[in-house]
Ligand binder design. Structure first.
Ligand code: FA5
Length: 375
């Protein structure tokens, strides 16, 4: 019944009296009748809900049907129980105890019906009556567990070992500007290492940044980034991807990983560098490892060496190293008269290959599960 229909019906029931009393009587009667109707409406809705929910839950055969019915009746946002509960607001305060009692009873009924159906459906679907092929006594099908890629495992282990030697792991960006990849590392404009054919320059990114950008060709960039923001002493490693347009063969790949190490402090010498690298190699490879330094050249270290390790009676190059060039220390604001430092950059793939006897670096990037699951 609409409010207007209700008003007309109430008006007909009020005896005609003095004209000033009639509106008061009408309003009082209108409110009383509307409250009683709200209570009746709520009780009727509760009865219908109890009956519908019972029927619906009883009829559910599968857990999907049951879930649908649960949402319809008990759903927290738009379930029917929730909607009926909202009718309570229109019930007059004097009638609320009666209405509340009935609401709680129906709530309990609906929940009991749901739980009974839940127990029945669970036992039905697991029982032999539904699927005669199902044998609950057979062992379950094991899930195939994934694992970390061997290079990720190696990186974790290298961080662990170097952490024990007091080196903190830091990160640097893979897209670099020329200052960090070359200039601050004492690699001048005419140096062949800056040849576009030796690097992956990024034309589109550079045009937006307004300066040349490239994929970093070495992790030595992170040395600069750390020293720019940290006063000495510094003792860090950085592990990450580097990119060079090298032709892929058994020991080279155009994208590979390096571990950069940097230690700057007072009185640091080449002897410290060799001790750290020997300790590291012995810890990672598990046996006493021979390492040797071969004289070499890197623009950012002086003196510079290639670091070789012995592998099956052969010397294999694992990286470059040296004492940080005073020019580099100066370019980041350090005083080369106060501090000295060493740095090294080792190929992570080559370390992992040596440790596990992998003879071709390309295996790491083929994504062949038969290879990867051996680690
Ligand atoms: C450098 O990259 C120097 N930044 C290392 C360095 C750091 C020197 C700090 C001094 C001080 P180099 O280009 O030699 O050096 O590379 C270091 C190692 O990376 C190599 O010894 C090798 O193990 C690995 N490497 C180089 N190119 C490749 C490649 N294409 N694929 C796989 N590993 C590579």
């Amino acid at each position: 019944m609409t409010a207007i229909e209700l008003a007309r019906a109430v008006a007909r029931t009020i005896p005609r009296g003095p004209c000033f009393a009639w509106p008061v009587l009408f309003v009082r009667e209108f409110i009383r009748v509307r409250s009683l109707m709200a209570l009746a409406e709520l009780l009727q809705a509760l009865d219908a809900l109890a009956a519908d929910a019972g029927r619906s839950f009883d009829g559910c055969q599968t857990s999907a049907e049951l879930e649908e019915a649960r949402i319809q009746f008990l759903g927290a946002k738009s379930g029917r129980l929730k909607a009926v509960q909202q009718l309570m607001g229109a019930v007059p305060a004097t009638e609320r105890p009666t209405a509340g009692k009935r609401l709680n009873e129906v709530k309990q009924l609906v929940q009991d019906a749901f739980q009974a159906a839940q127990t029945r459906v669970a036992s039905d679907t697991g029982g032999v009556t539904r699927d005669p092929q199902f044998d609950p006594t057979l062992p379950g099908a094991p899930h195939r567990l994934g694992r970390l890629h061997p290079l990720s495992q190696t990186i974790d282990e290298l961080k662990d070992i170097m952490g024990r030697l007091g080196f903190t792991a830091v990160e640097g960006p893979e897209i670099e500007d020329e200052r960090h990849n070359f200039e601050a590392l004492n690699i001048p404009r005419e140096h062949p290492a800056r040849d576009p054919l030796e690097n992956f320059y990024l034309a589109t990114a550079a045009s937006q940044a307004g300066q040349p950008l490239l994929l970093r060709s070495q992790t030595s960039t992170v040395q600069i980034r750390v020293m720019e923001h940290t006063p000495p002493p510094v003792r860090v490693i950085s592990l990450g991807r580097v990119y060079r347009p090298d032709t892929a063969d058994a020991t080279h790949y155009p994208m590979f990983h390096q571990m950069e190490g940097l230690l700057v402090d007072r009185h640091v010498t080449m002897a410290d560098l060799k001790s750290v690298l020997r300790l590291f190699a012995t810890s990672y490879l598990g046996t006493e490892v021979h390492i040797r330094f071969r004289p070499s050249f890197f623009p950012f270290t002086e003196p510079s060496v290639e670091v070789d390790m012995k592998w099956e009676d052969r010397w294999i190059e694992f990286g470059g190293a040296g004492m940080v060039d005073p020019f580099v220390l100066q370019s980041v604001g350090y005083d080369p008269e106060e501090v000295t430092g060493f740095a090294f950059g080792l190929g992570v793939e080559r370390l992992c290959m040596r440790r596990h006897g992998v003879t071709d670096i390309r295996e790491f990037y083929k994504n062949d599960i038969r290879f990867l699951e051996q680690f």
